[in-house]
Design a protein around this ligand. Structure first.
Ligand code: ADP
Ligand code: MG
Length: 363
């Protein structure tokens, strides 16, 4: 019988715990972009500006005009499990913000050189917190927050080696912002790389989309889809607007599915224009993609991939977003109900005369 040499059980240092967490959350620059843009949106930003150097490896800077962070709270923002978004289990069960784990800034700060600059709403002074030294000093800026992340993975060279070319990392960063932008026509986005403006999507709605059931909101969404995915997407797709007959306790439909579904002719060889959102969060979910796919069963053959942007709104207590650290996966309490809803929503849309007309026009 061989026994491994006994080693003492120890509690890991904070820094190492954050670096381990970073391994789950931060795969590449685009993961940092996702977390920082999530934070900007949670802060109520109406404009988000991303600046990158070397595909995000040398610098990722996300600037917003949101509510900002109070001077005394800046050091707490970098701490592990520190969040302003939930306070108890009940909050977690019905979370409506993008973030809630309080992990991202601590994790990113443990594997890169970070700084936060912020001016809280209603105050006249702004501060910069250096994430490495903890130094806090006054700076000048308007309301909002900028988070700067330099030299990503400098301390974890193994991770750094997995990075692809700057162009590839940039493309992933753009894709990350695109996913946010498609859900938020009420927010303007700009992306700069090496001092050049590479993407800009203007704000086209002044109320949050999540609450919007109006024609103005649907029109703004169309505008954003066209800006981000191209006018062809808009021309070759039909509006989806479906809701369940049962009402929730507030008298609203328990489940709502809206967005746009491409006509069969718009299908592509790659599944690169399939966007699904649950309560405003971009998700990759088998239930949703399978439901959408099955709606095209009779009209698409072979490996042709439909295009769509679908938004599902439901009671937050009926979906668990705390399944994966990156929150890209969700679990539905009743996945059959969601599957049927999405399938019906898309099928009804494709069967409507307008879909036939759009297909005819593009044939
Ligand atoms: P989480 O988003 O899960 O709360 P983070 O580590 O991403 O955790 O952020 C920690 C906290 O820092 C947030 O809860 C929020 O209070 C604050 N914060 C981070 N980014 C911003 C921002 N851009 N604007 C305002 N507050 C922010
Ligand atoms: Mg966050």
């Amino acid at each position: 019988l061989t026994t491994a040499p006994r080693r003492p059980i120890r509690e890991l240092p904070d820094e190492l715990i954050s670096q381990i967490a970073a391994g789950e959350v931060v795969e590449r620059p685009a993961s940092v972009v996702r977390e920082l843009v999530d934070n900007a949106l949670d802060a109520g930003a109406t404009q988000v500006t991303l600046r990158l150097l070397a595909g995000g490896v040398r610098l990722i800077s996300v600037e917003d005009d949101g509510q900002g962070i109070l001077r005394d709270e800046l050091p707490i923002a970098f701490k592990r499990h520190a969040t302003s978004k939930i306070g108890n289990l009940q909050d977690l069960e019905s979370v409506a913000t993008m973030g809630f784990r309080g992990e991202a800034l601590a994790a990113i700060n443990s594997i890169a050189d970070c700084a936060i600059l912020s001016r809280a709403s209603g105050l006249n002074d702004a501060y910069l917190l250096d994430g490495r030294t903890g130094e806090l000093r006054p700076v000048a800026r308007g309301q909002g927050t900028t988070v700067e992340v330099k030299e990503l993975f400098y301390s974890t060279p193994a991770r750094r080696k997995f990075l692809k070319t700057d162009a590839t990392e940039l493309a992933h960063c753009i894709e990350s912002v695109r996913r946010h932008a498609l859900a938020r026509p009420d927010v303007g986005f700009a992306i700069w790389h090496e001092g050049k403006l590479v993407e800009q999507w203007r704000r086209c709605l002044d109320t949050p989309l999540a609450e919007a059931t109006s024609e103005a909101a649907l029109a703004a969404l169309d505008q954003r889809l066209s800006d981000v995915l191209g006018p062809e997407f808009l021309a070759q797709s039909v509006r989806v607007d479906w809701h369940s007959k049962q009402a929730n306790e507030f008298g609203q439909p328990a489940l709502r599915v809206w967005g746009r579904a491409g006509v069969p002719d718009a299908a592509r060889s790659r599944a690169d224009q399939q966007f699904c959102y649950v309560n405003g969060r971009f998700v990759r979910d088998k239930v949703l993609t399978h439901a959408a796919r099955s709606a095209y069963e009779d009209v698409l053959h072979g490996n042709r991939q439909p295009v769509y942007a679908l938004y599902v709104a439901m009671d937050p207590t009926r979906v668990d977003v705390n399944v994966h650290p990156t929150k890209i996966e969700v679990r539905f309490r009743d996945s059959r109900e969601v599957h049927q809803a999405v399938r019906h929503a898309v099928e009804d849309t494709l069967a409507a005369p307008r879909a036939a007309a759009a297909a005819g026009a593009t044939a």
